[in-house]
Ligand binder design. Structure first.
Ligand SMILES: *Cc1c(COP(=O)(O)O)cnc(C)c1O
Length: 388
């Protein structure tokens, strides 16, 4: 069981204060380093992103923008308007431009959709990404995913619940955050077709690029869900799979009426130069091919990381098809002490799930990083816990 010494305990108190101030999201690694200078942070296993994709995009920025002398333009001029950027992606993602809404990070679409289109009760599975209930202005119903079932969604039970409660909006996140639980395409399509009577189905596919259903790790074409089920509002962050949270970029796919309704009253230049450059780069075959290689490599390394995590005693690693694992501490350790120990002794930043509603027990979430960083995480865990 994890015990903190006096020194660790005093730093842990400072970290806890920062965490309390950050609400339901974790304080950034910069905030931590600034506020608690005695920390030597070397691995951020809190932030859920593909570091190889960040490196790829950085190379494009260096070669095309900085080397090619185009950076000044991006800083000096307005980015394109929302509809123009939507047009530039339309062919690539195979969705009509009028169905695409460009967002300043997925969080902006979540806010927009929750405020504009959610008028009745909204059903959210828990544990979940907190913004879906924090931004709600109407009554929120919680459907608990069960720990005994590894947080997998029981489709029939969920459907019974929806039929009985008749929410106006349902939110599905696939793979889910914070557990990484995944509903395969066939099951998801079955569920979506059975939900045709629900006015808004918000389907958050921010982690879809990390999921796979075949040995080739083929990309799951989530856009198809919108074509088959027009009551869907697909929400996609680019922060995690492309590792570009700093430039705030995401998009949504929804009916033309809904896009029109949002654009009639705002969001004209809600993007920025770098985000527009990113989206235009993303929609190029050449970039995407290279991205696909980083995606597959990262998935493979992530799954190996999970397998090795399962060899450590005292931890339960929940099944995940995302790029992070929900970990339950079974040796009596407290999640806060785990986070403090990992951070203070090993310089590895992780997060507790204390702020997540619907999680009873001592849970932490571990992001998969580069192979070297994952090895550091494993090394620390093997020292703290024992190997099976
Ligand atoms: C991180 C996250 C978002 C928000 O992403 P941004 O594009 O960075 O705003 C949305 N949904 C889920 C499920 C997330 O984990």
């Amino acid at each position: 069981m994890i015990k903190l010494n006096e020194h660790e305990f005093s730093i842990a108190c400072k970290i806890k204060k920062l965490k309390d101030e950050a609400g339901s999201h974790s304080p950034s690694i910069f905030t931590l380093a600034q506020q608690v200078p005695e920390l030597k942070i070397s691995v951020d296993a809190c932030f859920l992103s593909n570091p190889y994709a960040t490196a790829l995009f950085l190379r494009y920025v260096e070669e095309e923008l900085i080397g090619g002398g185009r950076l000044r333009d991006l800083l000096e001029f307005y980015p394109s308007q929302n509809r123009i950027i939507a047009q530039s992606m339309s062919d690539f993602i195979g969705i009509g431009a009028r169905n695409i809404f460009i967002a300043n990070g997925a969080i902006e679409v979540i806010q927009a959709v929750m405020h504009r289109f959610v008028r009745g009760r909204v059903l959210v599975c828990i544990p979940t990404f907190s913004s879906y209930y924090e931004f709600a202005t109407t009554e929120v119903l919680f459907y608990p995913l069960k720990k005994e079932e590894n947080f997998a969604l029981d489709v029939e039970d969920y459907l019974r619940y929806v039929r009985a409660q008749r929410p106006q909006t349902v939110v599905l996140i696939n793979p889910n955050n914070p557990d990484g639980g995944y509903l395969c395409t066939a099951r998801l399509e079955y569920l979506l077709s059975a939900l045709s009577f629900v006015e808004n189905i918000i389907l958050d596919i921010s982690f879809m690029h990390f999921a796979y259903e075949d040995e080739n790790l083929s990309l799951i074409k989530a856009e198809e869900f919108f074509k088959k089920f027009p009551n869907c509002i697909l929400i996609k962050s680019m922060s995690k799979d492309f590792g570009v949270a700093g430039i705030r970029v995401g998009y949504a796919i929804m009916s033309e009426e809904r896009v029109d309704a949002l654009l009639e009253n705002g969001y004209l230049w809600n993007s920025n130069g770098l985000a527009e450059y990113f989206l235009r780069t993303y929609a190029q075959e050449k970039f995407f091919k290279e991205y696909e290689q980083t995606r597959k490599k990262y998935i493979q390394q992530t799954q190996i990381f999970f397998t090795k995590l399962r060899e450590i005693e005292g931890l339960k690693i929940y099944p995940s098809l995302a790029n992070f694992a929900l970990v339950e501490l079974l040796d009596g350790s407290r999640a806060e002490d785990f986070v403090a120990k990992m951070l203070i002794k090993y310089g590895i930043y992780t997060r507790t799930c204390k702020d997540k509603i619907g999680l009873e027990g001592e849970f932490v979430r571990l992001a998969s990083r580069t192979q070297e960083e994952n090895e550091k995480i494993l090394h620390a865990l093997r020292e703290i816990f024992k190997e099976r």
